[in-house]
Design a protein around this ligand. Structure first.
Ligand code: AMP
Length: 118
């Protein structure tokens, strides 16, 4: 899939509507269209990166910044005290659906344990 074909690229370009929570020069945070918890926000860089396998020396600061903003949003919407989960899916074993780097911020309820899927 090319950059032009990914839905997140179209959202970044403003060609497809999204519920935007936050944006700046480097990234955008939107509500997930199919939320898995009361809070389900996606943090998407404005520069195209297919997935975390493409994090390198040049873009590693942006990767850190995505997590920084996710945590800042968690604090702003006050899910930080109760807790939240940040998820990153990479390729098929993790079920990555959209090949445009993004992280999921989940919260607003007890999310259970992640390790019940052994
Ligand atoms: P992943 O499996 O990590 O690639 O997750 C892709 C996520 O994008 C899923 O949670 C989808 O519900 C979400 N998604 C797909 N299309 C849209 C859209 N147009 N706006 C917001 N979220 C979307």
């Amino acid at each position: 899939m090319t950059e032009e074909q990914t839905i997140f690229h179209k959202i970044i370009q403003g060609k497809i509507k999204a519920d935007i929570i936050y944006q700046d020069k480097y990234l955008m945070a939107i509500k997930d269209i199919n939320p898995q918890s009361p809070v389900h926000i996606l943090i998407i860089p404005k520069t195209y990166i297919p997935n975390s396998n493409y994090i390198n020396k040049t873009n590693k600061k942006l990767f850190g910044y995505m997590f920084y903003i996710a945590i800042k949003i968690a604090k702003k919407i006050k899910i930080d005290k109760d807790g939240y989960r940040i998820i990153l899916n990479c390729n098929k074993n993790a079920g990555q659906e959209i090949f445009y780097l993004h992280i999921h911020l989940l919260g607003g309820k007890n999310l259970g344990t992640l390790l019940n899927n052994k």
